[in-house]
Design a protein around this ligand. Structure first.
Ligand SMILES: [Fe+2]
Length: 199
């Protein structure tokens, strides 16, 4: 008898507690409107994937008009990606890792890519030399992506860097850059300026 009466008094109390909890936490109604920020390394990897696919499409097409469109997309995506990395991701990683090697190398690689991008951007895809420049650019990018994804990103993720906050900053900066593309400051000769800046 005593056991039965304990059961009947406990059950309603439990229900009451859960009812209060559900009334005070209407999470769905208060969900933030902004999309959840992508982690910086995931966002940068997605950029790499996009650019790689654009290079693949370039290799497959024979249409000059299509090549020109693809090169414009490659240069824009790569240019914006590189700038956002240089302004936000690299300084954060350099400080967190006390790095004196990975970030300077990556910055020089960006500069080499920009030199080559300047030789194809807005130009007519008029033959084998143009194709060769795009091919070499794709190889630079492949090498650069491999270094970032196998060395820099894993090391950065082991630090206390807030990857979501960095990702949000990078995404916002990319939007700004996209709105003002093409940029006027990234002209040929940047390699020497970058070498001066980091030496
Ligand atoms: Fe990158």
């Amino acid at each position: 008898m005593a056991t039965a009466s304990r059961k009947t008094t406990q059950a309603p109390a439990k229900r009451a507690t859960s009812a209060v909890a559900s009334k005070t936490t209407p999470r769905a109604a208060r969900a933030p409107k902004a999309p959840v920020a992508q982690e910086a390394t995931a966002l940068l990897k997605a950029d790499h994937k996009l650019v790689s696919s654009l290079f693949e499409q370039y290799e497959k097409t024979r249409s000059t008009a299509r090549k020109k469109t693809l090169v414009a997309s490659i240069c824009m995506e790569l240019g914006i990606h590189a700038k956002a990395e240089e302004e936000i991701f690299y300084p954060a990683v350099k400080a967190a890792l006390k790095d004196k090697e990975l970030v300077p190398e990556a910055t020089i690689e960006h500069a080499s890519m920009k030199e080559l991008m300047a030789q194809v951007e807005g130009k007519e895809p008029d033959g084998e030399m143009f194709d060769a420049k795009v091919k070499v650019l794709s190889e630079y990018v492949k090498h650069h992506v491999k270094e970032e994804e196998t060395e820099m990103f894993p090391k950065a993720r082991k630090t206390k860097l807030d990857m979501k906050a960095l990702g949000a900053q990078i995404a916002a900066r990319k939007d700004e850059l996209k709105a003002s593309w093409p940029l006027s400051e990234d002209k040929p000769g940047i390699l020497s300026r970058v070498v001066e800046a980091i030496s």
